[in-house]
Structures are given as C-alpha cells and as structure tokens.
Ligand binder design. Structure first.
Ligand code: FAD
Length: 303
C-alpha cells in the first residue's frame, strides 16, 4: 500500500493504524495472515474520515466486527480492515426501543436488555459477534433472528451521509439481512417487549447453559461452518457421512457439534479450508446434498 496513505491514516487516527497486522489476532478461529493495514478508529468521525480517504484512494475496505464468522487465508487481506469496535459503541434505551452501535458486542446488548427488563433477543445469547455482524448476517438461534426485532438500521457508504433503512424494507432471510454490499452499518434500532429483569436474565442463562451442553464453547472456531437446509441440519449430514473427528492438520470436526470445525492444534487457514472442501465432497457423495458455507472465507492464498 502507498506509504502516503498510511501516513494520512495515522494523522486521522493516531495510535490506531497498524500496517501488516496479523488477522489471527482479530478472528475467533485465531487464524489469518496480515491485512495490509488494520485500523481501529477511536470514534465515529475518524472512522468516517478513514473510510472516505481509503475509498478516494481506491483501497479495498473490509469492515470487521468481532471476526467470529470469518476464515482469513494465510496470504492476508489486500487493502484495509476497519474495525467498528470503538467507533460505534453507544447503547441507549427509551421504553422498549433500543438504539445500539454496530461495534457493541451482542453479549453486552443482551446483558443491557436483561438489566433493563427488555425481552425478545435472549435466544441469541452465546453468539460472540458484534451488533453490526449480527445485523449483516441476520444472526439467529433457536428460531429467533436479529431481523425479528429490527426496526431500522443506519448505514452509510464511505464519503456519504447515513441513511436510515426500515427493517421492513430489507429483504431479510436465513443468515442474510439484505444490507447492500459496501454499506457500513453504524447503528441498529430494535423494538423489544417489557418483562421483569430477573425473568429475562434466567432465560439468558438457560440459553447459555444449553449452548455449553451442545456446542464446543470456548474452543477456537467460527461457529457453524455450513448453512442448514430447510429440512435438514448440516451437522446431521456431516455426522451421517462419518466425518465427526475428521482432521486435516490442526483442523478437526468437533465431536460435540459436527457443524463446528475447531482450530485445536495450531491449524493453518488452509487446513480448515481443505477440511471444508473434504466435508463438502464427502457429504455430496454420500447424501447428494451440496453444503454451502455460512463462514465467510476471505483473503489471499498463501504463495
Ligand atoms: C462459538 C460461536 C457460536 C456461534 N453461534 C452462532 C449462532 O448461534 N447463530 C449465528 O447466526 N451465528 C453464530 N456464530 C457466527 C457469528 O458469531 C455470527 O455470524 C456473528 O453475527 C458475526 O458477527 P461479527 O461481529 O463477529 O462479524 P464479523 O465476523 O466480524 O463479520 C461478518 C460479516 O459482517 C460484516 N460486518 C461486520 N460488521 C459490520 C458493519 N458494522 N457494517 C458492515 N458490515 C459489517 C463483515 O464485513 C463480514 O462480512 C457463532 C460463532 C461462534 C464462534
């Protein structure tokens, strides 16, 4: 990347611009080669300025929430990775309406809702992403989707002002909210029902305990690797193809939940990708179903 751009970025966000930053530090898999530059702007104004500068210079921008749905290849990411974590961190409620910045961890939003006696999102407990990631991916769990409670999102394109899009205008579906590519989610507004805080907290706890029993929580993964079919869970197809425990290098199919691949022994991104391809092939051969990844695989291949 042009060193002049790095200098300009550093002037906008001092101390927050890191050339050649390993993405392994910023993904739940703990994997991924270097981004040409990783930036975590400290506030909204500096994020907007960085985004505009990058766009005008023709540098590709990848927005990063908490990196919990990403597999970044060893060759790293061409262009800039822009983290929302600090820039969009506000969280406010008025009655049953909550306005939340895209960089806020989903867990923080859920705890806030429980303390405020607001119910509706409890099933999303245990999803380790950010509000922005949940909004873009339409994160869902146990029959509840982020879209179910979404009144609107504020989004913008680099160099442009924010626009408010009503949830009802978005074409949300399974793991897809329908937010156009290239738009950055700034904030989501959610509408929730009221309940006593202790009841909401108890439901949150119940969901978290259920996930501890049924998912390899605490291990390095990106959650479910493949999308489910409307009539069949991906884990059941992987299980029936005899792939539980299948391994490529340090990447292994979890024996707790077969749709999770774990980085358990110093895997490389290529180990994980090879295991993904092996699962696809084997499931297709044995069941005739073609699995589609839910995890986003990005970045340059290793030389
Ligand atoms: C243990 C574990 C359990 C999981 N369980 C579930 C589950 O039950 N249900 C589920 O749906 N998912 C689950 N996931 C997957 C993941 O947590 C979700 O997809 C989550 O919503 C991703 O959020 P993130 O902030 O990490 O997004 P990232 O991985 O950082 O990004 C995901 C995508 O969203 C884009 N993006 C992120 N923020 C913004 C923004 N502000 N503006 C524009 N684009 C943005 C990124 O560019 C990328 O394309 C799980 C993951 C793990 C590791």
């Amino acid at each position: 990347m042009n060193p002049g751009i790095i200098t300009e970025l550093k002037a906008i966000a001092p101390g927050c611009v890191h050339p050649n930053e390993p993405m392994a530090k910023h993904t739940s898999f703990g994997l991924g080669g270097p981004a040409d530059v990783y930036i975590h702007p400290p506030d909204e104004g500096s994020l907007r300025k960085c985004a505009t500068l990058l766009k005008d210079a023709g540098v590709a921008i990848k927005i990063l929430g908490r990196g919990t749905n990403l597999l970044v290849r060893s060759g790293g990411i061409e262009g800039a990775v822009l983290s929302t974590e600090q820039a969009f961190s506000t969280l406010q409620a008025e009655g049953g309406t909550v306005a939340v910045g895209s960089g806020v961890p989903l867990s923080e939003l859920l705890n806030f809702c429980a303390e405020s006696g607001l119910t509706g999102l409890e099933s999303l407990a245990g999803i380790p992403g950010s509000v922005g990631g949940a909004a873009v991916m339409n994160a869902g769990s146990y029959g509840i989707w982020f879209a179910d409670h979404l009144e609107s999102v504020a989004v913008f394109e680099p160099g442009e002002s924010s626009i408010q899009v009503a949830g009802s205008e978005l074409d949300a579906s399974y793991r897809r909210m329908g937010i156009p590519d290239g738009h950055i989610v700034e904030r989501a507004v959610l509408v929730l029902d009221e309940d006593v805080p202790s009841a909401v907290t108890a439901r949150l706890q119940e969901i978290i305990e259920r996930k501890w029993r049924t998912q390899p929580v605490g291990m390095r993964s990106a959650g479910c690797v493949f999308r489910n079919f409307p009539d069949k869970a991906a884990w059941a197809l992987i299980d029936s193809a005899g792939l539980v425990g299948a391994r490529v290098g340090g990447a292994v199919v979890s024996d707790v939940h077969a749709n999770f691949i774990l980085n358990d022994r110093g895997a490389t991104p290529e180990d994980v990708e090879e295991l993904i391809n092996l699962i696809r092939e084997r499931v297709s051969d044995r069941t005739g179903r073609d699995l589609v990844t839910e995890v986003e695989i990005i970045g340059r291949r290793a030389h």
